[in-house]
Design a binder for this molecule. Structure first.
Ligand code: PMP
Length: 305
């Protein structure tokens, strides 16, 4: 066993109740277990500079969870407000100062075939644990695995099944000695990493794959786009050719778990001159926002009281 339940502290929220994580049971005959039919989020809570606990972009994460289920004709049996409250309560009851929060919608007993019929139970679980942040730079390589097209599977849904592809991307990269892989889309354009979005900086312009490049529309991605535009940078969402990776001045990746990480090599080719000024600036800016030091973006923070 590589894990124990202590990291989830005393309670997880399971279908409206707080339960000891050891007691949260699931039937082996659950639809999600057989077919990968579930949806989830990854959200962070932070301690601000003045010692308050805040959850970053809570509303948007919960909206994305509900929307992910909606594409698959699954109604989450809780309202946006109820889910937000469950998430706040999990942080509060477990007395986390900062943590990674994992709401998960999954389908359990009652299934006969792959069809998601009305009598299948839709469950919601919210757990949280600490995931420390590190400031290390990363190395990437282009993956031999492609991201799927939205005509094959909805890529803007944060659906469990999509992560079978992600784990192959990550595994292959780690075997090569890199931190993660850059997946191309089915047309060969740059898409995203196993669990993060990618940005390139070239001649002071910031470029990131557009929504038709088989990406998850990351909340950190959207945050970074807003912050950079407000700082006066031109941010362009478009198709990115593979070889643009090798000519970029800077590359950084974004995601809830990793925040902003600077990439210094792609396929063993050094990225730019090593100055990485835009990446460092945006990394710092995100830190200021999540620690409540930017008046302008306080709307993105939900206080845990
Ligand atoms: N792409 C994928 C495939 C992901 O799993 C994630 C992590 N949720 C991201 C991008 C980044 O999204 P966010 O910034 O919302 O965490």
């Amino acid at each position: 066993m590589i894990d124990n339940f202590d990291k989830y502290r005393n309670f997880i929220w399971y279908n409206g109740e707080f339960v000891d994580p050891r007691d949260a049971k699931l039937s082996v005959m659950s639809h999600t277990l057989h077919y990968g039919s579930g949806f989830f989020e990854g959200i962070r809570a932070y301690t601000t500079n003045d010692n308050q606990i805040v959850i970053f972009r809570l509303k948007e994460h919960v909206k994305r969870l509900i929307d992910s289920a909606k594409v698959y004709y699954v109604d989450v049996p809780y309202t946006q407000e109820e889910i937000e409250q469950a998430i706040i309560d999990v942080v509060k009851i477990n007395e986390f100062k900062s943590c990674y929060i994992r709401p998960l919608v999954f389908l359990s007993e009652g299934f006969r075939t792959i069809s998601i019929t009305d009598d299948i139970k839709v469950n919601l679980m919210v757990s949280a644990w600490e995931v420390p942040l590190s400031d290390n730079e990363i190395t990437l390589s282009v993956s031999s695995y492609r991201r799927m097209m939205s005509s094959q599977t909805p890529m803007q849904a944060k659906a469990i099944g999509n992560y079978m592809n992600s784990l192959l991307i990550r595994r292959e990269a780690i075997q090569k000695g890199d931190d993660d892989g850059i997946a191309l889309d089915m047309d060969g354009y740059v898409s995203e990493l196993s669990t993060a979005n990618i940005f390139l900086v070239k001649d002071n312009q910031v470029i990131t794959p557009d929504l038709s490049s088989s990406i998850l529309n990351g909340l950190t991605r959207l945050t970074v786009i807003t912050l950079l535009k407000d700082l006066g940078y031109e941010v362009i969402e478009r198709k990115i050719a593979r070889d643009e990776l090798y000519y970029a001045d800077e590359i950084f990746v974004t995601g809830t778990a990793s925040e902003v990480k600077i990439c210094n090599t792609v396929d063993n080719i050094k990225v730019g001159s090593g100055n990485y000024n835009v990446s460092k600036l945006i990394k710092k800016e995100v830190k200021l926002v999540v620690s409540g030091q930017k008046e302008q973006y306080m709307d993105w923070l939900t206080y845990v009281k």
